[in-house]
Design a protein around this ligand. Structure first.
Ligand code: SER
Length: 392
């Protein structure tokens, strides 16, 4: 069975053999000119080069990039979503065009990874009032014999409300036990693995689309999702890189229901990676996202048993994670911040319980109550709700 590391090598080798140079590993912290809080796509470190600046490594690039997405936070625990994940990517900076990228993508999935073309389905941009359908991609997939579904919103990729954008074509693989049926938008056993974006426009603040002088191709494939398919596991949590988490956590903290085990594995692993990129917990910005991840970990951990503690987390898990993500932070420093944050949160909860035991708060709370609790006692609304309902 192919491992995650071998999957990465196969991908990068394939593109290196086709003239692509390997981009250096990027951090989760985007460059100041990028409007996003965290790198959430493999292309973020390349934004200036996609927009026209010559890249020192040339016009064909490939790489592996760690990413963080908080838009999917509530979906973490299902079979496909992770907070921190890795993205394999290939880029043409004004070099070859979309059809070439799609052909290579198809060939790599079929011949490099052995995915049966009968288990593939793709979607393409079907056009809207401003941009015509992506005929070129449509024709390419027809030539390759892969079924195509056109959509509008799902096949338009943009890097935020302004900036780079264009039609995309997504490749889905069937994960059901029986023969493939339906289409990607009608049956969620079609799992999206690879997105090929035809970056042709820059969107301006007034909403207008300016065609790029030098269109690019930006592709991104979720590594863990691909490995899930290659290792034929029921979810991304059952692939090799999660094995240490899934065996260690129940040993530390006893029986955990499936969703909690997945959430703890995802959030702890993600927190370690964010800390590994030298972010520390704080009330706003990146540090706030980190704080939310750690606090959700703790509320999940303490729901059934308040004596559980992150002090039990073996340093080897921290080391293993930092190593996997090629980060140089010291494991002991990462662990120290986690424990410090746990202590602060514990104290905050104790204070919150004491304040809320006051008669004034025995009925349902008004907006004024929440404001008072926040401004005078430093208790944020979501924390108060958690203390009252036990749901974090
Ligand atoms: N930018 C595209 C995405 O994130 C392809 O990498 O899906």
């Amino acid at each position: 069975m192919i491992t995650t590391d071998q999957t990465v090598e196969t991908f990068l080798d394939y593109f290196r053999e086709r003239g692509h140079r390997l981009t250096p590993d990027g951090s989760l912290i985007p460059s100041p000119e990028d409007p996003v809080l965290f790198t959430s796509s493999g292309m973020h470190p390349l934004t200036p080069y996609l927009r026209g600046r010559p890249h020192p490594l040339g016009r064909r690039l490939t790489g592996l990039q760690r990413c963080l997405r908080t838009t999917d936070l509530d979906e973490v625990g299902d079979d496909t979503h992770l907070t921190v994940f890795e993205m394999l990517g290939s880029w043409s900076l004004g070099d070859y065009h979309g059809p070439q990228s799609l052909r290579w993508g198809f060939e790599l999935l079929r011949d490099g990874f052995g995915i049966d073309p009968n288990r593939m389905h793709v979607t393409v941009f079907g056009g809207d009032e401003r941009v015509e359908p992506d005929h070129e991609s449509w024709r390419t997939w027809n030539d390759l014999g892969v079924p195509v579904e056109p959509t509008t919103d799902d096949n338009w990729w943009s890097n935020g409300p302004t900036g780079l954008c264009g039609p995309d074509s997504e490749i889905f693989v069937w994960t059901g036990d029986d023969i493939p049926q339906g289409t990607p938008t009608s049956d969620d056993r079609w799992v999206e693995v690879w997105n090929h974006v035809m970056m042709r426009y820059v969107r301006h603040p007034d909403g207008s689309l300016e065609p790029m002088h030098r269109p690019c191709v930006d592709t991104g494939m979720g590594l863990e999702r691909l490995v899930r398919i290659l290792q034929n596991t029921p979810s991304v949590f059952d692939i090799d890189v999660f094995e240490p988490w899934l065996t260690t956590l129940p040993r530390l903290w006893g029986q955990l229901d499936e969703r909690s085990l997945r959430l703890l594995s995802d959030h702890l692993r993600s927190s370690i990676v964010v800390l590994g990129d030298r972010v520390t917990p704080s009330p706003s910005g990146r540090g706030h996202i980190l704080r939310r991840l750690i606090r959700r970990t703790l509320t999940t951990l303490w729901r059934d048993d308040p004596t559980r503690t992150l002090s039990d987390l073996p340093i080897e898990l921290v080391e293993h994670t930092l190593e996997h993500f090629r980060q140089s932070a010291h494991p002991q420093d990462v662990r120290t911040v986690l424990l410090d944050e746990q202590r602060k949160f514990d104290l905050l909860l104790q204070r919150g319980r004491k304040v809320l035991s006051h008669r004034r708060f025995s009925g349902s709370l008004t907006d004024d109550d929440y404001r008072y609790l926040h401004d005078t006692h430093g208790l944020p609304r979501d924390l108060v709700v958690y203390l009252i309902t036990g749901v974090g």
